[in-house]
Design a binder for this molecule. Structure first.
Ligand code: SAH
Ligand code: SF4
Ligand code: F3S
Length: 444
C-alpha cells in the first residue's frame, strides 16, 4: 500500500447492536483526540470506519459492498478501517479480499486505532484482533458526548455459547468493568449533558463487581448506586439473559424510581426441545415464571424479547409453541429473526436446516402476533400521563420526539428543546409511536 495523506475528517458507520454504537462513539473520541474532526452530514470523510456486525448473513456481506462503494468525489478511496465483529471473525479474509482496507481492528483492540492510523499513513496495513480484556477501557479518552441519552458499557463478552451465535467468538469471554470506573463514567456522562443512561452488555445482568466497601455487587446494586448520581434521571439496561437474573435486580425494579419500567429479555423460542438444542439452559416455563416476578414488583413493566424462527430441526408444532408463549407474555415490542447459519457455530452443521420459504412464512406469522401486541400495548397507554425525555425534533415544525418510561416513542407539539423532561398525556396510539399532549414542562 502507498503512503497516505493523514486524514482530516472521519466518519464512523456502526451496524449491529447498541454495544457497537457505543464502541463507534468511543472510536470517534479517539480520533478526535488526534485532531481529526467528524465529517459533516453529506460531506465525504477522509477516513471511514466501518464498525461491522456479524450476527446474521446480510450484516457481513454488507461490509464488502460498502467497501466497494466508498469513493470520494474525485474517484479516490478514503482511508478505510474495518472494525467490529466481522473484523474479529474475518480479519485476514478482509485483508485479502479488500486491498483498499488499511486497518482491521477487533472490538477489544480499538484503543490501538491511533497507532494503527500512524502506520496506515506510512503505507503499512495493520490488523489487530487481540482480546486484552479490560485494557481497552483504561486507555480510552474521557467521555465528552453531548446528548440527553447515553450508552455505558458495563459488561462485555459472552460465555453462554448458544449454538447459533457468533458473539462468544467475536466478543470473547465475559468481563465486567470495575464498579468505580462505571460510577465515574456515569458522572462524566451526566456532566456532559446525559439525563438517561443505558447500561450495556452482551449479558448485562451477568455484571459482577465489588462496591467501594469491597462487598460483592451485581447489576441491581450498581443501579442503586448510579441512581444516586444527581442529574441522572433515568436508567435502563440491555441485553439481559434469563439465566443471569438475580433477586436484587428484580427488586430494583420495585424500589428504584430512576430504573425505567422496561425489560428486554430474549427467549428465542417457546419450545423446550429447541431451547435445549440452542443451549439456552432455560425452559419456556422458567422464563415465564421469571417475567411474573418482574410483573409482581412492577405491574406496568413493558416487556421485550428476541426470537429466532427456523432453528435447525424446528417443527411446525415447536414453532407454534413460540406463538403460544407470545400470547402469554404480550410484549410491548420485540425483535425477531430468521435463523442464519454462522460459520464455526455448532448449529450451522446441524441436521434439519429449515428451507428459506418455511422460515419466511414462520417469521411473518410470528411478526403478525408481535405487531398485534405492540399495537395493543400502545392503545392501552392512551389516557396515561408520563414523563417524556425529549431526544429530537419531529418532522413538522414545533414537533418533538422522545421516549416514554416504557421506551415507546412519543411525539407532541410544544415549545421544547432537546434534553427537556416534559409531562405528557398520551392521546393517540399508532403502530410504532404514540401522540402526546403537553401538560407541563417539568423542572429542568
Ligand atoms: N446476548 C443477547 C443477544 C445477542 S444477539 C442474548 O443472548 O439475548 C441479538 C439477537 O440476535 C439474539 O437474541 C438472537 O435473537 C439473534 N441472533 C443471534 N444469532 C443469530 C443467528 N445465527 N440467526 C438469527 N438470529 C440470531
Ligand atoms: Fe449469543 Fe447466546 Fe451469548 Fe446471547 S447469550 S450473545 S445469544 S451466545
Ligand atoms: Fe453484531 Fe457483534 Fe453486536 S455480531 S449484534 S455487533 S456483538
Amino acid at each position: 500500500m502507498k503512503p497516505q495523506t493523514p486524514p482530516k475528517t472521519y466518519r464512523v458507520k456502526s451496524f449491529g447492536c447498541q454495544m457497537n454504537v457505543y464502541d463507534g462513539e468511543r472510536m470517534g473520541e479517539l480520533l478526535a483526540e488526534k485532531g481529526i474532526t467528524p465529517a459533516q452530514e453529506g460531506e465525504e470523510a477522509d477516513l471511514v470506519v466501518l464498525n461491522t456486525c456479524h450476527i446474521r448473513e446480510k450484516a457481513a456481506e454488507k461490509v464488502y459492498s460498502d467497501i466497494g462503494r466508498l469513493k470520494k468525489p474525485d474517484g479516490s478511496k478514503p482511508m478505510i478501517a474495518v472494525a467490529g465483529c466481522v473484523a474479529q471473525a474475518e480479519g485476514e479474509e478482509i485483508m485479502e479480499r479488500a486491498p483498499s482496507v488499511s486497518m482491521v481492528v477487533g472490538p477489544q483492540a480499538y484503543h490501538r486505532l491511533p497507532d494503527m492510523l500512524d502506520k496506515a499513513v506510512k503505507g503499512e496495513r495493520a490488523t489487530d484482533t487481540d482480546m486484552p480484556a479490560i485494557a481497552k477501557f483504561d486507555s480510552l479518552p474521557k467521555r465528552k458526548r453531548r446528548s440527553p441519552t447515553a450508552f455505558l458499557t458495563v459488561q462485555e463478552g459472552c460465555d453462554k455459547f448458544c449454538t447459533y451465535c457468533v458473539v462468544p467468538y467475536t466478543r470473547g469471554a465475559e468481563i465486567s468493568r470495575p464498579y468505580n470506573d462505571l460510577v465515574e463514567e456515569a458522572y462524566k456522562l451526566v456532566e456532559a449533558g446525559a439525563r438517561e443512561v443505558t447500561l450495556l452488555g452482551q449479558n448485562v445482568n451477568a455484571w459482577a463487581g465489588e462496591d467501594k466497601r469491597g462487598a460483592k455487587a451485581g447489576l441491581g446494586e450498581l443501579i442503586h448506586r448510579l441512581a444516586e448520581v444527581d442529574g441522572l434521571e433515568r436508567i435502563r439496561y440491555t441485553t439481559s439473559h434469563p439465566n443471569d437474573m438475580d433477586e436484587a435486580l428484580i427488586e430494583a425494579h420495585g424500589t428504584c424510581d430512576k430504573l425505567m419500567p422496561y425489560l428486554h429479555l430474549p427467549v428465542q423460542s417457546g419450545n423446550d426441545r429447541v431451547l435445549k438444542a440452542m443451549n439456552r439452559a432455560h425452559t419456556a416455563e422458567s422464563y415465564l415464571r421469571l417475567l411474573e416476578r418482574f410483573r409482581a414488583v412492577r405491574p406496568d413493566i413493558a416487556l421485550s424479547g428476541d426470537f429466532i424462527v427456523g432453528f435447525p430441526g424446528e417443527s411446525e408444532a415447536e414453532f407454534e409453541d413460540t406463538l403460544s408463549l407470545i400470547d402469554e407474555v404480550h410484549y410491548s415490542q420485540a425483535f425477531s429473526f430468521k435463523y442464519s447459519p454462522r460459520p464455526g457455530t455448532p448449529a450451522a452443521t446441524m441436521a434439519g436446516q429449515i428451507p428459506e420459504e418455511v422460515m419466511k412464512d414462520r417469521l411473518a406469522r410470528l411478526q403478525a402476533r408481535l405487531d398485534r401486541d405492540q399495537v395493543a400495548f400502545n392503545e392501552a397507554c392512551v389516557g396515561k400521563r408520563c414523563q417524556v425525555l425529549v431526544e429530537r425534533k419531529g418532522k413538522r415544525p414545533g414537533q418533538w420526539l422522545g421516549k416514554s418510561p416504557w421506551l415507546t416513542s412519543v411525539w407532541f407539539e410544544a415549545n421544547a428543546q432537546i434534553g427537556d423532561m416534559v409531562e405528557v398525556e398520551l392521546v393517540e396510539a399508532g403502530p410504532n409511536s404514540i401522540a402526546g399532549r403537553l401538560i407541563e414542562p417539568a423542572l429542568a
